[in-house]
Design a protein around this ligand. Sequence first.
Ligand code: ADP
Ligand code: MG
Length: 421
Amino acid sequence: MRFGIKTLDEFDVRGKTVLCRVDINQPVDREKGTLKSINRIRACVPTVRELSDKGARVVLLAHQGSDIEYKNYYTTRPHAAVLSELLGREVKWIDDVCGPAARDAIRALKDGEILLLDNVRFVAEEQTLFEKKLRLSHAEQAKTLLVTKLAPLADLYVCDAFAAAHRDQPSLCGFEQLLPSAMGRLFEQEYCAVSQVMEQPERPCVFVLGGAKIADAFEMMQTVLSRGVADRILTGGLVGNIFLCAQGREIGQGSVDFILKSNYGEFIDRAKELCAQYGEKIAVPCDLAWVENGERQEAPLGAVPAHIAAVDIGAQTAAQYREVILAAGTVFVNGPMGVFEQTASEYGTKTVWQAIAETKGYSVLGGGDSITATEKYALTDRMGYICTGGGALIRFLSGEELPVVRALRHAAQRQEGDNVQ
Ligand code: ADP
Ligand code: MG
């Protein structure tokens, strides 16, 4: 047991049918039918390999969204081929989720064999819950089609999908109500890494927050500041622009328009409140960069032209942030410092990411775009811990008990209760 959740060490899985929920949701190239990245598939390999090596009959459940706002779900077929390649053993795949064909395929599995089912979000209950049109309790999720059809075929449920641990859906929180349940190795590892930041960070503990997920970023800042976890927050990207706006600095009309157009106006007030309460802990950019005729331009605050849209922190800010990161005991990173996808606006992110790679402090980095930046600058092996989760990670650091963690804990308590009787 760890964090009140059972681990794979507590189960003998030989000859057992194990339903294993993974998060291998990756950016897809819909036209070519290929995956643009495979880092999450790679991350779940240890758990799948261990289960298969130990002689379990492994049934993998997974979802795949698309690049367009979670709509247009896509098949998991390409994932099976990639996983097969990474494992060096066959991964069967079936174009069914919990219908008769899927159930027959599960029954036909032999010890050590692996089967990936098609996208669980093809099943309506998983989808509508996702879209928050329908809220089901965990007990009600146990009565959904997916869970009632698959649970009777299985001996154990394993959740290795930390990246989806903030989702309250049947494939993630329903099986725990009926089956003995454990977290997989990746889940365990990610939980440990993020707990370390939250519970006992080496000081100073520095948060590097950029990017464009504003609501999440503010929620997290509030928690880590009020709990005394963060000693310093370095802001960049859209987050930084909002703070500068709150301080009444000139950041260019393009930047302001972007904030208002994205409906982030209310966060300017939130930023004012945070500054009033925790001012000295929050670092804001001292210079900004924008792009004009394809060329990068920079100016210190006070000299930023009125019409521009700031798309990166400036070189001065990057240098200051670099020093803070190098002196940190812990660095938590989510969200790039600018629009790093374009060469003219990548300097801030590149410099800060380089410092994160160089620091002796323990670094934890998460978020799809933050990981893409890490890969772009070839720093993957030099970061402390790269978390596959973005939303889950932030929600965790906001102090929320994640629905999947709650479901797994509940299952462990129930199992302990059964053992006592
Ligand atoms: P992550 O995926 O790492 O959690 P986000 O999704 O929150 O990060 O933010 C990444 C996106 O934010 C990138 O596409 C990047 O181009 C964009 N971005 C960064 N800085 C700015 C900025 N100043 N203005 C607009 N968009 C920005
Ligand atoms: Mg992103």
